[in-house]
Design a protein around this ligand. Structure first.
Ligand code: FES
Length: 77
């Protein structure tokens, strides 16, 4: 699905930029060597970045909770 018609950026290209560390629409455009032109795609890119951040935060929280190993098997004295 095309997100930005001006630069032919599709959702895969936007996600690639987000996965490489872009956190804002401007950073997504910089990642692909371009700048915002008409701006119609900015709300969509911003929403995709917010979703990406939320997903990353969820994944970090889940990973952190899995890092905590309960002390099962430790004999109580
Ligand atoms: S649609 Fe993205 S800058 Fe125009």
């Amino acid at each position: 699905m095309y997100v930005c018609i001006c630069h032919a950026l599709n959702d895969k290209k936007v996600k690639a930029a987000l996965n490489d560390g872009a956190t804002t629409p401007a950073a997504v455009f910089r990642h692909h060597g371009c700048q915002v032109q008409c701006g119609k795609c900015v709300p969509t890119v911003r929403a995709m970045a917010a979703d990406h951040r939320a997903t990353c935060a969820q994944n970090r929280a889940q990973a952190a909770s899995q890092d905590h190993v309960p002390a099962y098997g430790v004999a109580a004295e």
